[in-house]
Design a protein around this ligand. Structure first.
Ligand code: AMP
Ligand code: MG
Length: 343
């Protein structure tokens, strides 16, 4: 008899304390997200010390709330999954220690999940990933292009060589005095503007790597120079031109990869995939290449524990469990993680 598998997942890598209960790697039975966004907004970015303290304050409440939403009891859970990397160390530690405690007290296996894998598997919630698929992860810390060959085999095609695309959205927003987190604010401003600023192309090559620091520095310098000369900045126009330039590079490289690999499925993931302009442009690129295109519901694009429960499921099936020596890691190279996990 095939028994349903329920995984309790924990995500505390940045400024969201989240827990979820996910059935069979796809069905979200309960989800709670306690965001600290407002607290950090007043500082213009996430303050790590405050983030970990707030996780400590809210984690038991989030657990209680999540269990209330679940039709079963904690004893019915089959495994405890947790994001252990990458992220803010102090924040990750709160989730990891909570997971280890629950695993010990309720005698449930522990599953260590890489946060980026979580973003990818968020695509399994409303659509079942079809293999092979090309995946692009665009977040505050990553710009990675991968081929998912099947549920467990993957290959990294390219990554960012410097700043991640989400980080650049946030930094451009900051220099334009738009509040944190900058991505959604830039998206909103861009709708009110026109593409009138001529900006340098991020990386005009045919590799699958990305580089956004040149574009970022160009915009920061432009804004500073114009301010020094008491010239006004057309914020909405600059937001529009920046977004167009940044997205064009993502779609161009995905188009290239789809053409070269002849893969006919594409998924987008990570916080920046909440961006409607990017979603629309990527859908067009995939349609032109004759590939299917999927992106998670906006709720599952930004940090949440449901995606961690989804990513934990293949590890559960492969019986890849962690022990109590599990520790948090602030950074983890995705390429190395994939190579190690396939050994
Ligand atoms: P993550 O690193 O996956 O948690 O995603 C956070 C990043 O996504 C931050 O850099 C945000 O600015 C960015 N982000 C979130 N929503 C949007 C959006 N609508 N447009 C662009 N970037 C976004
Ligand atoms: Mg994230």
């Amino acid at each position: 008899m095939n028994k349903d598998i329920h995984i309790l997942a924990i995500e505390t890598s940045c400024d969201e304390t989240s827990m979820a209960i996910v059935k069979n790697g796809r069905e979200v039975e309960a989800l709670t997200i306690a965001t600290q966004m407002e607290t950090h907004a007043s500082f213009g970015g996430v303050v790590p010390e405050i983030a970990s303290r707030m996780h400590t304050e809210s984690i038991t409440l989030v657990l209680e709330e999540t269990l209330k939403k679940f039709s079963g009891k904690i004893e019915d859970i089959d495994a405890i999954a947790v994001t252990y990397a990458p992220g803010l160390l102090g924040s990750l530690l709160v989730g990891v220690e909570c997971a280890k405690t629950l695993s010990l007290v309720y005698n449930k296996p522990l599953i260590a999940v890489n946060h980026t894998m979580g973003h990818i598997y968020a695509n399994n919630i409303e659509y079942e990933i079809t293999y092979p698929t090309l995946a692009l992860i665009v977040s505050g810390g990553h710009t990675d292009m991968l081929i998912l060959k099947n549920e467990t085999e993957m290959e990294v095609l390219g990554s960012t060589m410097d700043d991640a695309v989400g980080e650049v959205y946030d930094k451009v927003a900051r220099v334009l005095n738009l509040p944190y987190p900058g991505g959604p604010k830039i998206e909103k401003m861009a709708l009110e503007g026109k593409d009138t600023y001529e900006l340098p192309k991020p990386m005009n090559d045919d590799s699958y790597n990305f580089s956004y620091s040149g574009l970022k520095s160009y915009i920061i310098n432009l804004v500073h120079n114009e301010r020094q000369r008491n010239h006004g900045i057309r914020v909405a126009d600059l937001a529009c031109s920046f977004q167009k330039t940044a997205v064009e590079e993502l779609t161009r490289k995905v188009g290239l990869a789809l053409k070269n690999t002849q893969i006919k499925n594409m998924i987008l993931a990570g916080g920046v995939s909440a961006n409607k302009y990017l979603r629309e442009e990527m859908a067009k690129t995939c349609a032109e290449a004759g590939a299917t295109f999927h992106v998670p519901n906006i709720l599952y694009c930004t940090d949440n524990a449901a995606m961690i429960g989804c990513a934990a499921y293949p590890l559960f099936k492969a019986q890849k469990f962690a022990d109590f020596t599990l520790n948090a890691k602030s950074s983890e190279n995705i390429k190395k993680y994939i190579e190690d996990s396939q050994k």
